[in-house]
Design a protein around this ligand. Structure first.
Ligand SMILES: [Zn+2]
Length: 204
């Protein structure tokens, strides 16, 4: 297989065009770092991976797990989670961080965010994103407890943890190395933000 590697610096994002059958491996080289993942139908970017449609019609599960198939808004298969090298430390509960989140947390002035990373990297492809989909939050230790409270535990993912997905349609996948660094209440990226590495293996 033909493999391409990309290094995403801390706080930044990148996008990848995949053909059906290609695989994308998302790697946390230093650990303790969330990667927000989004996927769009390459032929119609208004159709994107929908965590809620996936939950209803495919996985019936709150969290991304190896073997699951993820669906778009039209309930068409777009990605399969083929290999989990991060001991199930993933979720799709929390919205992508955005400028409003940082303002609410008291940050003054500009702060990079996953929502803006998504918009920027898609704009570079000539695609305007007006609505931020629910991301797959890879390498995240946020969990719902038995009472339904959503708790962000200190990020326990380790250096070299990875998650590999296979494209089930031609799609554009966006990965954001989450810039979150307001750690007192929400230890999302412990000691970070850190970079993320991506490897693409082409099917043919
Ligand atoms: Zn983020």
């Amino acid at each position: 297989m033909n493999t391409e590697s990309t290094h995403i610096p801390a706080r930044e994002g990148a996008s990848f065009e995949l053909r059906a059958g290609d695989r994308i491996q998302v790697i946390s080289p230093q650990g303790h770092q969330v990667a927000d993942m989004f996927a769009f139908n390459a032929a119609n970017p208004a159709e994107y991976l929908s965590a809620r449609h996936t939950l209803a019609s495919s996985t019936r599960h709150l969290y991304p797990r190896q073997g699951q198939v993820f669906l778009t808004l039209q309930r068409a298969p777009i990605l399969k989670f083929v290999e989990d090298g991060a001991r199930e430390q993933h979720e799709m509960l929390l919205a992508a961080c955005d400028p409003a989140r940082y303002r609410l947390l008291g940050v003054q002035g500009y702060h990079a965010s996953c929502a803006e990373n998504l918009k920027k990297t898609m704009a570079a492809r000539g695609i305007t994103v007006t609505e931020i989909p629910q991301p797959l939050n890879l390498f995240s230790s946020t969990r719902a407890d038995e009472q339904g409270n959503v708790i962000t535990h200190p990020n326990s993912t380790q250096p070299g943890d990875y998650a590999t997905f296979e494209a089930l349609m031609d799609c554009i996948v966006v990965i954001s190395a989450c810039p979150f660094d307001v750690e007192t209440q929400f230890p999302v990226n412990v000691g970070g933000p850190h970079p993320i590495d991506v490897k693409i293996a082409r099917a043919a």
